[in-house]
Structure formats: structure tokens, C-alpha cells
Design a protein around this ligand. Structure first.
Ligand SMILES: Nc1ncnc2c1ncn2[C@@H]1O[C@H](COP(=O)(O)OP(=O)(O)O)[C@@H](O)[C@H]1O
Ligand SMILES: *[C@@H]1O[C@H](CO)[C@@H](O)[C@H](O)[C@H]1NC(C)=O
Ligand SMILES: *[C@@H]1O[C@H](CO)[C@@H](O)[C@H](O)[C@H]1NC(C)=O
Ligand SMILES: *[C@@H]1O[C@H](CO)[C@@H](O)[C@H](O)[C@H]1NC(C)=O
Ligand SMILES: [Mg+2]
Length: 369
């Protein structure tokens, strides 16, 4: 496909198309044994292609509003965006109403499993610091450097995969857009996972790349502390990671956040990561630095801007189906673009199958305290 946008000509390569038969054979008919997990878009299976490449096959179970050619164009965009810190998309499969995506398989799983899982993979401090930097570089590329600018919308630990050398690779970028048919930054549907959601995006659907900066800040604190953003098994003042991190920061005890299972840790690096994360999670998107500045601050090229205001965090979500979701800002009708909420093990996932509209109200960290 060739596009001419008035000032530059660029070529989008048609993505490689796999046959359903090959993917079916390569995953043992999508056997449960090969299932790697399941997120908002559908299940993911480990597979082996006929050329012996290991792949992760994502079955998109939610019907996209887009037609076939638009779907292909979107997949072409995702395939064209390549960086050391982004998961490679090998291609897709479109047969009848089947839609599948084929990604490179990353053998060391996702960051959430390494940090909060059975910890079969131990990440030492220097690895964690490099992971923070790598994720920041990948997001900088998506936001500021790639030909097509992409807001990820779902930056979270399970979307950071680790390769054989523990190099972090961001996955699922560009996916939320497949389900977004309105050309406005005000999305009537929130993709993302509560706990990583920027307040302005969650409550008003206002989407800019600063929503990803917020998600990055949460992931960075999870990497330093080795715990998830919300953990109700902990003492009251520690349940919400951002709240706890801010409390420690105010008391000049920021480094107490560092994962106790780390035997050594470079304190100046850890302090930098924590301070940058608190900047990234500010309530006002304008106070959050662009990702290129995050990279510069983390690597010590520029000073970290001092943080003086507490981060913004959604702590209390109430769901009901009586009022319209995001009605304040969403200019478009959302009868067929609603948000589904399901809750499991303390994390609430937002995905977007056709579902009854729900009302969300949220209270912010520290409000009224
Ligand atoms: N390319 C991949 N290589 C290895 N594992 C993957 C890959 N993609 C996804 N996974 C695994 O599958 C799980 C489910 O992925 P996904 O459907 O994107 O849901 P989520 O990101 O919400 O966990 C992930 O948590 C990850 O552990
Ligand atoms: C990554 O995972 C593979 C397979 O589980 C394992 O053999 C390897 O040691 C891991 N790499 C690192 C750096 O831990
Ligand atoms: C992780 O540990 C739990 C019990 O602590 C166990 O049930 C589960 O199978 C383990 N998962 C893996 C992948 O080892
Ligand atoms: C900590 O990291 C900085 C660079 O980020 C380095 O200059 C310093 O030597 C490190 N300190 C230790 C004790 O390793
Ligand atoms: Mg994912």
C-alpha cells in the first residue's frame, strides 16, 4: 500500500498472512496446554511455525468495528513499528471472521510473573534498572520517534515481556486502536487496567501519550518494590503502591520502597527511578515529563525535576449500570462501545466487548484527607 499525505510518500508493507491451518497445527489445535494467558482481547497460545520459529498466537475474540482492509492497514502499521524494546509482530491471520495475531515468542515471560509470580526468575538490581530504561526507550520510540505516533493505552507489567537476555519488550501496542473507530482523542471506551490508568483517561476518556507516562510510572514503582500496584494482603498504609511511595517520599524514607529480596541495590539509581516514577504519576498530565525526558533523567543525563505534589491515583471504583459512562466528555454515543469490567484476584481489567454501558465513579488518592 502506498499513501501520499501531501508532503511525504510512505509505503506500508502488507503484513505477512498466515493460514489458519498453519496456526492451528502449530498450537496443537489451540490446546489448553499451550495457553499462555488471556487478556482483554482474547487468549494467547504458544506455538511453533513450520519453519521452527516459536511464536505467541493471539486470538482476537472481540469483533472489531473495522472492516478487513482497515484491519490489515492497522496491522501493517503495527508491523512497521520496530524497535529493540518492542515485541515483533510476525503477521496475522484473517479467515472468515477469525482474526489472529502472530508475535515473536519471548521465553522469559512477562514482567508481572517475574516480579509478583513464583519468582522462578530473579531480577537483580542492575537488571531491573535496565528494564526501566528499556521500557522508557520503547515508549519514547512509540511517542516521539516512530513514523506513526502511537499511544499504547495499556502500559502494565504483563505487557512487558522479557527475552532470553532479559531485555524488555513492550507488547500489545497499537491494539487498543483496532477497536477505536472515532478519530478523536476523546475515547468513549477505556482500554487499560485499573491501577495503571491515568486519572484523566479513566474518568474523562481524555487520551494523550501522557496516559502511557502514568502507566510507566506505576510499572517503574512495581519494578523497584517487587510488588503490584495494589495488594490488599498488605498493611493498610501499603495497599496502594503509589500512596505508600508518596508517604515514604514525604518522610524522606523513599528507599524503604526497594524490594527487600534484593541483596544489593544502587541507591542513587533507585532514588532516581522512584523520583521519576512520582513525576510520571502526577495527576496533571502537564506535570508528567515526556518519555524522552524520562530516559534522560533515568540515565543521569539531566537532573530529576523535584517532585512536590502527590501522585494521582484511583483507589475507589464503583460500578453500576444506571448512568452513562464518561458522559461528561464523551461527545459520541456509546451504546455499542461500552466497557466491560471483570474482577479477578484484586486486579480489575477493562476490555471492550459489546456490553451494557456502565457507570464509573472514582475517588482520588488523598482527596478529603
Ligand atoms: N509474545 C509473547 N511471548 C510470551 N508470552 C506472551 C507473549 N504475549 C503474551 N504472553 C503471555 O500471555 C499472557 C496473556 O497476554 P495478553 O492476552 O496480552 O493479556 P495481558 O497482557 O492482559 O496479561 C501475558 O501475561 C504473557 O504472560
Ligand atoms: C530465560 O528462560 C529460559 C527458559 O526458561 C532459561 O533457560 C534462561 O535461563 C532464562 N534467562 C535468564 C537470563 O534467566
Ligand atoms: C506457582 O505457585 C503456585 C502455588 O504457590 C502453584 O499452584 C502454581 O502452579 C505455580 N505456578 C507455576 C507456573 O509454577
Ligand atoms: C551507581 O550507579 C551510578 C550510575 O548510575 C554509578 O556511577 C555508581 O558507580 C554506582 N554505584 C555503585 C556503588 O555501584
Ligand atoms: Mg498483553
Amino acid at each position: 500500500m502506498v499513501f501520499y499525505d501531501g508532503c511525504s510518500i510512505f509505503v506500508l508493507f502488507i503484513p505477512y498472512t498466515f493460514s489458519y491451518a498453519e496456526l492451528k497445527a502449530g498450537t496443537d489445535d489451540f490446546s489448553p496446554i499451550n495457553k499462555l494467558g488471556e487478556g482483554g482481547f482474547g487468549p494467547v497460545y504458544k506455538g511453533m511455525l513450520s519453519d521452527a520459529r516459536a511464536v505467541a498466537v493471539k486470538q482476537l475474540s472481540v469483533a472489531s468495528h473495522q472492516g478487513k482492509s482497515q484491519f490489515v492497514a492497522e496491522i501493517a502499521t503495527i508491523s512497521a513499528v520496530q524497535h529493540r524494546n518492542l515485541v515483533k509482530l510476525y503477521g496475522c491471520c484473517i479467515e472468515g471472521d477469525k482474526r489472529l495475531l502472530v508475535y515473536e515468542y519471548l521465553e522469559n515471560n512477562s514482567l508481572d510473573q517475574a516480579l509478583f509470580g513464583n519468582k522462578t526468575l530473579f531480577l537483580d538490581w542492575s537488571t531491573r534498572f535496565e528494564i526501566c530504561l528499556g521500557v522508557a526507550r520503547g515508549l519514547t520510540y512509540l511517542h516521539e520517534e516512530s513514523r506513526v505516533r502511537i499511544v499504547h493505552r495499556d502500559v502494565k507489567a504483563s505487557n512487558i515481556l522479557l527475552d532470553s537476555d532479559l531485555v524488555p519488550k513492550i507488547s500489545d501496542f497499537g491494539l487498543a486502536k483496532l477497536y477505536d473507530d472515532k478519530k478523536t482523542h476523546i475515547s468513549t471506551r477505556v482500554a487499560g487496567t485499573i491501577g495503571y490508568l491515568a486519572p484523566e483517561y479513566a474518568m474523562r476518556g481524555h487520551l494523550t501519550e501522557k496516559a502511557d507516562v502514568f502507566g510507566f510510572g506505576v510499572v517503574a514503582l512495581e519494578i523497584v518494590s517487587g510488588r503490584s500496584n495494589s495488594d490488599s494482603s498488605l498493611e493498610d498504609d501499603k495497599v496502594y503502591l503509589l500512596e505508600w511511595a508518596w508517604q515514604l517520599h514525604e518522610d524522606n524514607r523513599g528507599l524503604e520502597l526497594v524490594d527487600p529480596s534484593l541483596s544489593t541495590c544502587n541507591e542513587s539509581e533507585a532514588k532516581r527511578v522512584i523520583d521519576v516514577a512520582l513525576l510520571c504519576t502526577q495527576t496533571s498530565p502537564n506535570l508528567r515529563p515526556p518519555m524522552s525526558r524520562v530516559v534522560a533523567m533515568l540515565s543521569g543525563d539531566i537532573e530529576v525535576t523535584p517532585v512536590t505534589t502527590k501522585p494521582g491515583y484511583l483507589t475507589d471504583w464503583k460500578f453500576s449500570d444506571s448512568t452513562t459512562f464518561l458522559s461528561a466528555d464523551a461527545s459520541t454515543s456509546n451504546t455499542d462501545q461500552s466497557t466491560q469490567f471483570s474482577s479477578s484476584a484484586g486486579t480489575t481489567q477493562l476490555s471492550d466487548p459489546n456490553y451494557t454501558p456502565v457507570n464509573v465513579s472514582a475517588s482520588m488518592l488523598g482527596e478529603g484527607r
